[in-house]
Design a binder for this molecule. Structure first.
Ligand SMILES: NC(=O)c1ccc[n+]([C@@H]2O[C@H](COP(=O)([O-])OP(=O)(O)OC[C@H]3O[C@@H](n4cnc5c(N)ncnc54)[C@H](OP(=O)(O)O)[C@@H]3O)[C@@H](O)[C@H]2O)c1
Length: 266
């Protein structure tokens, strides 16, 4: 078990490859010789990355434009991967969006779209691609979750709930799929320096965050891919964030809720 060896008929499907952690996961896998299928909504960015990876590593790099919050788009993306004639050896679920501030201030449809992107799509792609990995007795699934999934987070309520679901799903799959030779690793980062904070309206909070807590997209990507290779279940990049994760998991919810309320109110 671990990361399957690269092969001409195999590929890694990387969601959220147009930016941040997903882009770096694609770079890390291509550098190890894996063909890649790059998936996100911004086709132009995906095309640029595909050209970079073909040039730098001589791998096959295909682009699939897909809005993961749309069920039909996901089905079309999976059909496109099949049409390419490649078997998905590695699924990297990196795409995600955040939504901060009072839950009641956001349109319900935005929250539902976030749930579909962050969790429904992850379950959908996994259920489409994992059975063949089990049959081959080889495969790997990477999940980019978040430390925000450790407990309830007022000010980040629906987002944290999607990440709690992703972490729970991933950890359970890790145990289920191990006997079938399929590696499952979930990365639970603290803050990462990407476009995410602007999308999630977290700019002010990010500016106040100490540098030692902030990971780079590359750090998260490389530790996640190495985690798959090593058969690890959970990875928390950065020592200081790991310590926070351990404390966070044991703090009573009553106290945790107060702390998070202050963090987001400041
Ligand atoms: N940055 C942080 O502080 C932080 C901390 C902990 C966990 N995370 C998690 O890390 C993961 C990667 O985020 P990042 O930090 O790399 O943020 P990012 O730079 O904003 O990248 C997010 C990626 O997700 C894709 N995406 C978003 N909505 C999509 C949709 N509906 N359909 C398809 N693709 C979609 C975006 O592509 P398009 O816009 O082109 O579709 C982009 O490629 C996310 O799951 C996030 O929850 C981030």
């Amino acid at each position: 078990m671990g990361l399957p060896a690269p092969r001409p008929a195999g590929t890694a499907l990387v969601t959220g490859a147009s930016s941040g952690v997903g882009g770096e996961v694609a770079r890390t896998l291509a550098a190890r010789g894996h063909n890649v299928v790059l998936l996100a909504r911004r086709t132009g960015r995906l095309n640029e990355l595909a050209a970079e990876l073909r040039g730098a590593h001589g791998v096959r790099a295909a682009v699939v434009t897909c809005d993961l919050s749309e069920r039909e788009d996901r089905a079309a993306a999976l059909a496109e991967v099949e049409r390419l004639g490649l078997e998905v050896d590695v699924l990297a679920n990196c795409a995600g969006v955040g939504m901060s501030g009072p839950f009641h201030a956001h349109p319900g449809e935005d929250a539902v779209r976030m749930v579909a992107t962050n969790f429904e799509a992850v379950v959908d792609l996994s259920s489409a691609l994992v059975p063949a990995m089990v049959q081959r007795r080889s495969g790997a699934v990477l999940f980019i979750s978040s430390l925000a999934g450790v407990g309830p987070v007022p000010g980040f309520a629906a987002y944290a709930a999607t990440k709690a679901a992703v972490t729970s799903f991933a950890e359970a799959l890790h145990a289920e799929l191990r006997p079938f030779g399929v590696a499952v690793t979930v990365v639970c980062p603290g803050p990462i320096d990407t476009e995410f904070s602007a999308v999630a309206d977290l700019g002010r909070l990010m500016r106040r965050t100490p540098a030692r807590l902030t990971a780079s997209a590359r750090e998260c990507a490389e530790s996640g891919v190495q985690g798959l290779a090593d058969g690890r279940r959970v990875i928390i990049p950065k020592t200081a964030v790991r310590a926070l994760g351990i404390v966070g998991a044991h703090v009573p919810h009553r106290l945790g809720l107060q702390i998070w309320r202050r963090v987001f109110a400041a």
